[in-house]
Design a protein around this ligand. Structure first.
Ligand SMILES: NC(=O)c1ccc[n+]([C@@H]2O[C@H](COP(=O)([O-])OP(=O)(O)OC[C@H]3O[C@@H](n4cnc5c(N)ncnc54)[C@H](O)[C@@H]3O)[C@@H](O)[C@H]2O)c1
Length: 310
């Protein structure tokens, strides 16, 4: 048998390794013979990792500690960890989804990745409109340090809802991937971006609460009639960082069973085509989200009361 993927003994770093897509990716890489270093804030139950590193990616210090443990020479990086913003504040969400990937790439991967290596980031179809909103992202994407990003996003973090950090961070990361693919090409390193549609992972309930029902979520999964399973997002990520994709760099790969296609053909309304930083839109969204959160809270309290009576 020929090893077309070429992962045997390669040092692979995977973030978000404790659940969902990151866990599936790491499992597949272990099966393919890679030396996998997994990072996550939550405990990891996966067998076969070379090492699991407890790391809060929203904190620069934690990332620095992790990269002291990871081997000097890295072949592949999978930036999968993410937060929806439903349970975390703007800053935590943005830093985990965008700043951590930017910082790891510029501070560590730039120096420590081998020629022939590859990077894949997991963004989202929620970040798909990044080309249209480049003006909103340019300053953040062109910042080179963790601190600069904090300064540039400070106002937004105070005024916009945390769920807006999701869309904005995914747009920034998609643009970053495209720009860095050009820079890293000179080093013989490829960079690609996978944009998953709705997937049945640890994040499912949070997204479901945002759209109101499971049907609403399934409606965001193109014509599949179901959500993707984590493996269905891990397959393309593992492919893109493998030898099988040796001439692919700088692409956005939507993994959404025609959802993007439907929007492009005008067969589905594109709800993602909205500013992520406009102060009026952010304030309106914050008001609306607070109102619906209060409504949900009252509804749940009512439900609990009825259950207690029964
Ligand atoms: N599930 C979906 O529908 C969907 C759709 C599009 C994109 N995504 C993206 O897919 C990626 C993977 O998420 P998932 O769907 O597998 O969800 P998940 O919740 O199952 O997995 C996310 C992982 O990230 C880890 N994580 C969260 N915050 C962290 C932090 N600060 N430091 C370190 N680790 C942290 C979690 O512990 C978890 O193991 C995310 O980037 C997410 O935004 C998910």
């Amino acid at each position: 048998m020929k090893d077309y993927f070429g992962y045997k003994n390669k040092v692979c770093v995977v973030t978000g390794v404790s659940s969902g897509m990151g866990k599936s990716t790491a499992k597949m890489l272990v099966d393919l013979g890679a030396k996998v270093y997994g990072l996550d804030i939550n405990e990891c139950e996966l067998d076969g990792l070379e090492d699991f590193i407890d790391c809060n990616l929203s904190h620069k210090k934690d990332i620095d500690k992790a990269f002291k443990i990871i081997p000097k020479s890295i072949d592949c990086f999978f930036g999968v960890a993410g937060l929806s913003g439903a349970k975390t504040d703007y800053k935590t969400t943005f830093n985990c989804n965008y700043t951590a990937n930017m910082y790891i790439t510029l501070k560590y991967l730039k120096r420590r990745m081998t020629a022939g290596g590859a990077i894949v980031y997991c963004t989202s179809t929620a970040g798909q409109e990044w080309k249209k909103y480049k003006k909103e992202q340019n300053k953040v994407v062109h910042a080179n340090t963790w601190e600069e990003v904090q300064t540039l996003t400070k106002k937004l973090a105070e005024s916009a809802p945390a769920t807006f950090a999701y869309m904005y961070s995914k747009r920034c990361l998609s643009q970053f991937a495209c720009e860095q693919a050009v820079n890293f090409a000179k080093k013989g390193i490829r960079i690609n971006n996978v944009m998953p549609g709705s997937t049945d992972t640890g994040m499912k309930q949070e997204f479901q609460d945002m759209v109101g029902s499971e049907e609403g979520l399934i409606a965001q999964a193109g014509l599949a009639g179901r959500l993707a399973i984590p493996e269905e997002i891990a397959y393309p990520m593992v492919f893109l960082n493998s030898n099988m994709a040796s001439f692919i760099s700088g692409i956005d790969l939507a993994v959404d069973y025609t959802d993007t296609c439907l929007k492009e053909l005008g067969l589905k309304k594109n709800l993602e085509a909205v500013s992520a930083t406009n102060p009026i839109i952010c304030a309106m969204a914050k008001k609306m989200l607070n109102k619906s959160a209060k409504k949900m809270k009252a509804l749940n309290a009512g439900k609990e009361e009825t259950e207690e009576k029964n």
